[in-house]
Design a protein around this ligand. Structure first.
Ligand code: ARG
Length: 442
């Protein structure tokens, strides 16, 4: 029974929240004269002693007391005797654990928002000096149109910005206090739930006692936000892995962020990026795990809900590490701008620019221009040259109206620079977005 029932190994990290909840509850009980001032003083003193025992490592976490709540209560009894038993008046472990866990998840969301902002800042700092530097933009991982490296990095600033706002939304919705719901039905004592809610930084008490002890969607919502965020991290991680292959050779990471091989001396492996990519599995798995635990649970509390903590702790620990590692990698990333520029011009990446020129200057329908450009690409391919190097007589053989003016749009620089529509890759647009984000983050 003890082996399956015990949770102290997992939930002992809730001790700061458990002490905060107990202090708020104790002060409220005294304020409402449910316990005496002397009892409250003894309890608060005992809780202080417990806090210092935990921080100096002498607190006895014992399996026989099941979880953090009972461990604290048992130790309190040893420290202050009879008064300790009064702390649990008008409270149950059901509202206690719901409160502690909410406080923990709320803090985790706040922490993650701060980490996301740090990652965004690192991306901005990298994007700014590379607002003009070209790289190939891909679709299907095939060269599509030239973009700037700054523009590409700024795409992630947008994604991580949405992630941060998802955590902030989840936090706002979860910020109601379950404390005082007691076991499930509320309390006959004249408790003040507003007071404990306020003391713990909640906006208000939860309005239904059954919901208060049985709701875990605050945890699910934060795991959903974490999963989406991890998905974004994995995409950037994957791009770093690809960019670092010698075949791409777009970026390098310093030695302290890569590993070597025990047998192949030439290796420089992007392990950190690979592990960020892999952590997504745990994080998304945690959402599935807790969703499955909660599905079909009758109201109110069931012991199934003790299984809420491992996935949440695992997901936020993994996300924390992934964000730290990704921020370090982004800050240290060194783009090989020469190689990226060369790649940006290859693969007929300005074919769309040729088609657009034909539409604009020769007033042909886009479909026809697309056809003309296809023929030009085929010819260039046969001659082993880029579009910009295709002689004019080759182009006029395909479409007599084409003039030497066309070469102005066939360089990747011109291609990028022309895409000045709002949110486009033109350096002026990229710089404007960087400036906006800098203001938003400061
Ligand atoms: N360890 C339990 C948990 O984490 C605390 C609540 C126990 N409540 C109960 N009625 N047995 O969920």
């Amino acid at each position: 029974m003890q082996a399956i029932n015990v949770s102290i190994g997992v939930d002992q990290r809730l001790w700061p929240q458990d002490l905060a909840g107990s202090r708020a509850h104790c002060r409220m009980l005294a304020e409402r004269k449910i316990i005496s001032a002397e009892a409250a003083e003894a309890i608060l003193g005992g809780l202080d002693t417990i806090e210092s025992e935990i921080t100096n490592g002498s607190f006895p976490f014992r399996d026989q007391y099941e979880d953090i709540h009972m461990n604290v209560e048992a130790r309190l009894a040893e420290l202050i005797g009879e008064a300790s038993g009064r702390l649990h008046t008008a409270r149950s472990r059901n509202d206690q654990v719901a409160t502690d866990f909410r406080l923990w998840v709320r803090e985790a969301c706040d922490h993650t928002v701060g980490q996301l902002e740090a990652l965004q800042s690192a991306l901005l700092d990298k994007a700014e000096p590379h607002a003009d530097d070209l790289m190939p933009g891909f679709t299907h991982l095939q060269p599509a149109q030239p973009v700037t490296f700054g523009h590409h990095l700024m795409a992630y600033v947008e994604m991580f910005g949405r992630d941060a706002s998802r955590f902030a939304d989840a936090r706002a919705r979860m910020n109601e206090s379950p404390l005082g719901a007691a076991a499930l039905a509320g309390s006959p004592f004249p408790i003040d739930r507003q007071m404990t809610a306020r003391a713990l930084g909640f906006d208000r008490p939860m309005a239904n006692s059954l919901d208060a002890v049985s709701d875990r969607d605050f945890a699910l919502e934060s795991l959903a936000a974490a999963s989406i965020c991890a998905g974004h991290l994995s995409r950037l991680a994957e791009e770093i892995v690809i960019w670092m292959t010698p075949q791409f050779g777009f970026v390098t990471l310093p030695d302290h962020l890569t590993t070597g091989s025990s047998i192949m001396p030439q290796k420089r492996n992007p392990d950190a990026a690979e592990l960020v990519r892999a952590k997504t599995g745990r994080i998304m798995g945690s959402l599935v795990a807790l969703s499955t635990v909660m599905k079909g649970l009758p109201l109110a509390y069931s012991k199934d809900m003790q299984e809420d903590k491992p996935p949440v702790f695992e997901a936020f620990d993994a996300l924390d590490l992934a964000l730290v590692a990704m921020t370090a990698m982004v800050a240290a990333l060194k783009p090989d701008t020469g190689r990226m520029r060369a790649a940006a011009g290859s693969g007929f990446s300005t074919a769309t620019d040729l088609a657009d020129w034909v539409v604009r200057e020769l007033d042909l329908p886009f479909r026809q221009a697309h056809h003309i450009t296809g023929a030009a690409v085929k010819r260039a391919e046969a001659l082993g040259v880029d579009l910009a190097q295709l002689p004019l007589d080759e182009l006029t053989a395909i479409e007599p109206g084409i003039t030497s003016e066309v070469y102005k749009v066939l360089s990747p620089e011109a291609s990028c620079d022309s895409r000045r529509s709002y949110g486009g890759t033109a350096p002026e647009q990229v710089r404007a977005r960087i400036a906006e984000w800098k203001t938003r983050l400061s």
